[in-house]
Design a protein around this ligand. Structure first.
Ligand SMILES: [Zn+2]
Length: 338
């Protein structure tokens, strides 16, 4: 089969690789219908995270089940399935409490930019749709496997409630999905922080009521202006840099909450700053599995269309162009078709 391998920063290739096989009885093999490039894939691509030995890439996927292990009873060959970047047994103590992304048997996906993928913990990770979805729904279902699930978690972690004010820091695919989530959860005012016209447009389409293009002190001042001088009830941090975290902390009002889902890179939070901010903080890898049935329904019913974050579709063979376009911010997110 064909599979994506990163060799060094900036060096992404599609190569021949052996087709994956069932290793554990809880595994499934899927034929990838669509996969994509994640903002977090850009960290090693940009050399901001060590690459190490050449290795496969990709953790977002939807596909058709090819084969299941003897202990997989929830899905069967031929079904269309959606999963999550973090696999889970869906039965351990953490899973039972709804924190499947901290499953005691968790394995992170990392081989999905390929024609076939082995899904560990398939019995607790994969959710099948009743029928094969039409092609136009595939991008949104793919988004659910990571960016939409992550945006949803950011909004819940930031405790977005009906009538509340939410700020979304970050205009990548996760931030844009965070706008969708804030809207779905009933936020009355949704302020998207973005400097890019095409992303601002999509944020408005997804339900943002205000756009703030300033950053840093100016950005904080603009948020205060828009929120009666105190800051927002909820802030969704969807970047993972120290600037974005600081922006998020200072954009929430005392008593407000910050949900942080950008994978942190060199983020250090000052104790004094945190102490006097009086904000609640929760973040981490989203327990996407908890939200899958609900989010899949919202997509299939046409209620949400997070697939619009894919503004570039390429054959898997051109994966390198997908990384490049995202790195250069020519594309929000690249969908790959094996
Ligand atoms: Zn578990």
């Amino acid at each position: 089969m064909r599979a994506t391998v990163i060799h060094a920063p900036g060096d992404i290739r599609v190569e021949d690789a052996p087709e994956p096989k069932i290793v554990n009885p809880t595994d499934a093999i899927i034929r990838t219908v669509a996969t994509c490039v994640c903002g977090s894939d850009l960290w090693p691509y940009r050399g901001l995270e060590p690459v190490g030995d050449p290795h496969p890439m990709g953790h977002e996927y939807v596909g058709i089940v090819e084969e299941v292990g003897s202990e997989v009873g929830n899905v069967k060959p031929g079904q269309f399935v959606v999963g999550s970047f973090a696999t889970s047994d869906n039965t351990c103590a953490n899973c039972q409490k709804g924190w499947q992304s901290s499953c005691l048997n968790r394995e992170f996906m990392g081989t999905c930019q390929a024609e076939y993928v082995r899904i560990p913990n398939a019995h607790g990770t994969l959710v099948a749709t009743d029928e094969h979805p039409s092609g136009d729904l595939v991008p949104s279902l793919l988004a659910v496997s990571d960016v939409m699930g992550t945006g949803w978690y950011a909004a819940l972690a930031a405790e977005v409630k009906p009538g509340s004010t939410a700020v979304v820091v970050g205009d990548g695919a996760v931030g844009l999905c965070g706008v969708i989530a804030a809207k779905e959860l009933g936020a009355e005012r949704i302020i998207a922080m973005s400097r890019h016209e095409s992303r601002q447009k999509l944020a408005l389409e997804f339900g943002a009521t205000d756009i703030v293009s300033e950053r840093g002190e100016e950005g904080i001042a603009r948020i205060k202006d828009l929120t009666g001088g105190i800051g927002a009830d909820s802030v969704l941090e969807c970047v993972g840099t120290s600037q974005s975290m600081s922006q998020a902390l200072h954009s929430a009002r005392p008593g407000g909450n910050v949900g942080f889902v950008g994978v942190p890179h060199e983020v250090a939070v000052d104790g004094q700053e945190l102490f006097f901010s009086q904000v609640g903080l929760r973040g981490g890898p989203a327990p996407v599995r908890r939200y899958l049935p609900d989010l899949i329904n919202r997509v299939l019913s046409g209620h949400i269309n997070p697939g619009k974050v894919f503004d570039l579709t390429l054959p898997l063979e051109q994966v390198a162009e997908g990384y490049k376009a995202m790195d250069e911010r020519r594309a929000i997110k690249a969908l790959l078709k094996p």
